[in-house]
Design a protein around this ligand. Structure first.
Ligand code: NAD
Ligand code: UDP
Ligand code: UDP
Length: 315
C-alpha cells in the first residue's frame, strides 16, 4: 500500500484527491494549515484508518515518511491569495523547497499543482505548454503567479541537481462542490448570488474568457499524470478546452438556477487575464485523458451543493 502526502488536502481540490487516493487503496496523510481549506471537506474521511489529518504550515519543514507527494497547498482564489500576498509567495516558494527537500530525503515522487496563471495575460491562445507567459512581475496577481513560476523552477532544478522524480501539472479553472462560498471565484460567486436572488456581479463587460473543468475530470488527470513513466515530467496543461465568455457563464447560471437575479457590471480587476483556454493536446496524447463532464452537468452538481449549503443541510 502506497503512502501519499497531500498538502492542501482539506481544500477544494485536495479533498477530492484524498478521497480518490483512498479509493485507489493508498494511505493518505493530509497536511493543511486551514488557511482557506475546511475540516468539513475531509470530515467524512476521518473514520478511515488509512487517513490521517495533520495541521501544519508547509512554509516550515516537515519530517514524515511517504512514497508520493501531491503539493497542492496554496490559496487559489484572487481574493484569498491577495489577502496576504507575502504569505502566498512564501507558501509557493518555501513550501516547494520543504516538500522537495522531503521528497529528496525519502525518495518520493512529487507532483506540483501549478496553474494556468503562470501564463499571465497570455499573448498565445490557446495556451500550449511551450508558451513562456506574460506576467506583470509587480502587479497584484504576481504573488501567486510568480510564486507558482518559481515553484516550477525549483521542481526542475531539484530534478536536474538531485534527480528527483517530479511531475508538474498546470491546472486551469476548476469548479465543483466544496468550492469555498466566499472566495470570490466566478463559479461560486455567480451560483451563490443567483440562489440568493442577489445581483450577479459581472466584472468588466464580461467578454473575457475562461474554460471551466469539472473537479472529477481534473482529479482523473492528476492521478494519470502521477502514474506516467519515469521519463515524463510535464509541465502539462490539465483543464477543459471548452472556452466561454464570463458573460455567458452568468447567463447560464441564471438559467440553470431559475433565478430572478439581474446582471450588474463591476470594474474589471487589475491584471485580469482577458482570455484563457488550455491546449490539452499533450494531456490527450501522454495521459490519454480528456474531460468528459459537460459544463451544464457540472454546474448543476455545483448548484445542488450550494443549494444544500444555503438551506443549512451542509455546513
Ligand atoms: P483551496 O484554497 O481550496 O485549497 C488550498 C489548500 O491549501 C487549503 O486547504 C489551504 O488551507 C491550504 N494551504 C494554504 N496555504 C498553506 C500552507 N502554507 N500550508 C499548508 N496548507 C496550506 O484551493 P484549490 O482550488 O483546492 O487549489 C488547490 C491547488 O490547486 C492550489 O495549489 C492552486 O494553486 C491549484 N490550482 C487550482 C485551480 C482551481 O481552479 N481550483 C486552478 C489552478 C491551480
Ligand atoms: N526538509 C523537510 N523535510 C525533510 C527534508 C528536508 O522539510 O524530510 C526541508 C528542510 O528544512 C530543508 C528543505 O527541505 O530546508 C530543503 O531540503 P534540502 O535537503 O534540499 O536542502 P538543505 O537541507 O541542504 O538546505
Ligand atoms: N469574475 C466576474 N465576477 C465575479 C468573479 C469573477 O466577472 O463575481 C470574472 C473575473 O474578472 C475573471 C473571471 O471571472 O475574468 C474568472 O475569475 P476567477 O476569480 O474565478 O478566476 P481567475 O481570474 O483566477 O481565472
Amino acid at each position: 500500500m502506497k503512502r501519499a502526502l497531500v498538502t492542501g488536502g482539506s481544500g477544494f481540490l485536495g479533498s477530492y484527491l484524498c478521497e480518490r487516493l483512498l479509493a485507489d487503496d493508498h494511505e493518505v496523510l493530509c497536511v493543511d494549515n486551514f488557511y482557506t481549506g475546511a475540516k468539513r471537506n475531509v470530515d467524512h474521511l476521518l473514520d478511515d484508518k488509512r487517513f490521517e489529518l495533520m495541521r501544519h504550515d508547509i512554509c516550515f519543514p516537515l519530517y514524515v515518511e511517504v512514497d508520493e507527494i501531491y503539493n497542492l497547498a496554496c490559496p487559489a482564489s484572487p481574493i484569498h491569495y491577495q489577502h496576504d500576498p507575502v504569505q502566498t509567495t512564501k507558501t509557493s516558494v518555501l513550501g516547494a523547497i520543504n516538500m522537495l527537500g522531503l521528497a529528496k530525503r525519502v525518495k518520493a515522487r512529487i507532483l506540483q499543482a501549478s496553474t494556468s496563471e503562470i501564463y499571465g495575460d497570455p499573448l498565445v491562445h490557446p495556451q500550449t505548454e511551450s508558451y513562456w507567459g506574460n506576467v506583470n512581475t509587480v502587479g497584484v496577481r504576481a504573488c501567486y503567479d510568480e510564486g507558482k513560476r518559481c515553484a516550477e523552477t525549483l521542481f526542475y532544478d531539484y530534478k536536474r541537481q538531485h534527480h528527483l522524480s517530479i511531475r508538474v501539472s498546470r491546472i486551469f479553472n476548476t469548479y465543483g462542490p466544496r468550492m469555498h462560498p466566499n472566495d470570490g471565484r466566478v463559479v461560486s460567486n455567480f451560483i451563490v448570488q443567483a440562489l440568493r436572488s442577489e445581483d450577479i456581479t459581472l466584472y468588466g463587460d464580461g467578454s473575457q474568457t475562461r474554460a471551466f473543468c469539472y473537479v472529477d475530470d481534473l482529479i482523473e488527470g492528476i492521478i494519470r499524470l502521477m502514474a506516467t513513466g519515469p521519463e515524463f515530467t510535464g509541465p502539462i496543461n490539465i483543464g477543459n478546452p471548452h472556452e466561454i465568455q464570463v458573460r455567458e457563464l452568468a447567463e447560464r447560471t441564471i438559467r440553470l438556477t431559475g433565478s430572478r437575479s439581474r446582471i450588474v457590471h463591476r470594474p474589471l480587476p487589475e491584471d485580469d487575464p482577458l482570455q484563457r483556454c488550455p491546449d490539452i493536446g499533450l494531456a490527450r496524447s501522454v495521459l490519454d485523458w480528456t474531460p468528459t463532464v459537460e459544463l451544464d452537468t457540472g454546474l448543476e452538481q455545483t448548484i445542488g451543493y450550494f443549494r444544500q449549503m444555503l438551506t443549512g443541510t451542509i455546513h
